[in-house]
Design a protein around this ligand. Structure first.
Ligand code: PSV
Ligand code: MN
Ligand code: MN
Length: 427
């Protein structure tokens, strides 16, 4: 075993005194502000984010792909990789599968393996943006929105199959992201595409088990560059409402045009009780899928501020959200990248938990614009790393997961086990 709780505990020893000191110091400072550090630590320890099965290998671009070496080539190996991340961070307690990239041959055995690593099965993702070897009709011009009924039926049947696979694994949600769109004016009829999509989603929805939810993801462009059928949160909401109470919108951070106010979208959807899932990543230009928090950490904090507000106020009974990292690229070791993303998510969450909401509301009532900004930035500028380390420590995770990953020489161990020229299935 490359990593174990015992090995982690041994490694933690030399940092324990320093952690006790920095945590004690911050706890006192927060006490003075009326903030209970213990409650925040508990929230952080409970917070789990799903790892998508397609993020464990090096991502590629259309210009090339550079393998990380030791990449997982089976679903079992993917679960093992998530097990490694979870063991270190104690934050990655779920996996989100992509079908057909990860069809389990023996669902019971996979469930047991995941269970042995403390990993649950989060949303299952369907794929009608690629053709599969055995399919009859092509998705070249569309799937759920396609003008041909036979293509739509094939795509509907695929989604229903994904639900069946997810059921066998204990998943309770389906995420639908559609590539459907057009690259040239005149290519598609907007109205018909949307109507086809709505009816197809309704059919998929009708097969959803009673305790399941359906997440409808939106994206403004790519792979098509003139129009996308589910282009924004409004379209996603329209479609979700057209399906029923188990259908929700899914916000992926990278799926917005530059400068979109994503925190406002989050607030609106939660207020309506219609935010179902959240995909984390970061970007400078578009759907860049960069490491969470690597480019716009303040935006991430502002988004978490709205998420925390929604969770605390149980707005319109918005259900607990399905959290997932949706990022992979071709430079870093993918496991180190995911560890960094998890850390960035925890940082933003912790900072948002520090916001003095009553004072902020009072500042808003008084039109004290300066104080409103001061209150938010006071939380954002607090070094919350001792809280995050404490949460990990209490769950027997690593004080410093990246340092631990490197000290256990994980990547080289994986290369020794699996080889250097490996290609993980998926994006
Ligand atoms: C494509 O943009 C995408 O990244 C979507 O965000 C989906 O969630 C993901 O692929 C997997 O289908
Ligand atoms: Mn996504
Ligand atoms: Mn994306």
């Amino acid at each position: 075993m490359i990593i174990s709780k015992d090995k982690i505990q041994d490694l933690n020893q030399k940092g324990l005194a320093e952690q006790a000191e920095s945590f004690g110091f911050l706890k006192l400072a927060l006490d003075k502000k009326g903030v209970d550090a213990e409650t925040i630590v508990q929230h952080l320890a409970d917070f789990q984010v799903a790892i998508p099965s397609w993020a464990l290998g090096a991502g590629g671009t259309r210009f090339g792909r550079f393998s990380a070496g030791g990449e997982p080539s089976t679903l079992e190996q993917k679960i093992e990789d998530i097990g490694l991340i979870h063991c270190l961070t104690q934050t990655a307690g779920a996996v989100s599968l992509h079908i057909p990239w990860d069809i389990p041959s023996d669902p019971e055995a996979i469930k047991q393996l995941a269970d042995s690593h403390g990993i649950a099965f989060d949303a299952v993702n369907s794929n009608t943006f690629q053709n599969q070897a055995d399919q009859t009709f092509s998705y070249k011009y569309g799937s759920l929105a396609d003008r041909q009924q036979a293509v739509r039926e094939q795509a509907i049947a695929h989604n229903q199959e994904v639900i069946r696979i997810g059921k066998a694994l204990g998943s309770q949600s389906l995420t639908v992201w559609l590539a459907d769109g057009a690259s040239f004016p005149g290519q598609n009829n907007f109205r018909k595409s949307l109507q086809h999509t709505q009816r197809a989603l309704q059919e998929i929805y009708s097969e959803l088990p009673a305790d399941w939810r359906m997440f409808i993801e939106y994206k403004p462009y790519e792979p098509y560059f003139y129009s996308t059928v589910i282009q924004d949160w409004g379209t996603s909401l329209l479609l979700a409402e057209g399906c029923g109470e188990k259908a929700f919108c899914l916000v992926d951070l990278g799926h917005h045009l530059p400068n979109t106010n994503i925190e406002q979208i989050v607030a609106t959807l939660m207020m309506k009780g219609k935010l179902g899932g959240f995909h984390f990543n970061d970007s400078k230009y578009g759907d860049d899928d960069l490491t969470v928090g690597s480019i716009k950490p303040y935006q991430l904090f502002l988004i978490f501020n709205e998420l925390v507000y929604g969770m605390n106020n149980n707005e319109a009974n918005n259900p607990p959200l399905a959290w997932m990292i949706d990022a992979s690229h071709n430079l870093k070791d993918p496991l180190e990248d995911l560890i960094q993303s998890l850390e960035a998510i925890q940082l933003a969450y912790a900072q948002a938990l520090l916001v003095n909401t009553p004072a902020l509301e009072e500042a808003q009532i008084q039109n004290d614009v300066v104080l409103g900004q001061e209150l938010l930035q006071d939380a954002y500028r607090t070094d919350v790393r001792p809280l995050i380390r404490e949460a990990r420590l209490r769950r027997q995770g690593a004080l410093d997961p990246i340092a631990a990953y490197r000290s256990f020489d994980v990547r080289n161990e994986l290369v020794r086990e699996r080889g250097l020229k490996t290609v993980a299935t998926g994006l």
